[in-house]
Design a protein around this ligand. Sequence first.
Ligand code: HEC
Length: 150
Amino acid sequence: MKRNSSPGWTLLFSTCILVPAMELHGQEAVAEGQRSTRMGVYSREQWMRGRDIYAGMCAGCHPATTHTGPAFTVSWAGKKLSDLFGFIRERMPKNDPGSLSEQEYVDVMSYMLRLNGMPQGVEELPADSVALTRIRIDSSRVAPPAPVQR
Ligand code: HEC
């Protein structure tokens, strides 16, 4: 599958810059103005809406295992949420890309974070690709994925 950015480079970059910083400051070691998906960036209501969308629009083609656990980490760790948002918005559902509303895409993305063991918070993820550039996908200390909820 083709993507615009080079995952190798991103990985190298985050390994050099983030790892030493994380050792010093633990969870707060995200660059200034940046948040990570470990910080409770979506709400319960949001992922529950996303779960319904996922069941209706996504689950018919792929099981959650295609984008949870190691598969998710390989593709998305260290990237920005805006990258994942852009991917699903432009490419999914595969048979009718772009057919959901922006709100539906961001809701379904929150459910993907849920499936990957990212904690829920009180605020919703905004359907705003600029705001989403400021949230990093951090799957470094992720617990095993939550059981698939249908
Ligand atoms: C018609 C079948 C189909 C539907 C419906 C579909 N997908 Fe996909 N999806 C695919 C295929 C095939 C791939 C493999 C990559 C490619 O061909 O672009 C994929 C890949 C993905 C990936 C990339 C996996 C990774 O991390 O490398 C994500 C994320 C994803 N789909 C999310 C979704 C979401 C969210 C929905 C619902 C809105 C959805 N898909 C609906 C067929 C589908």
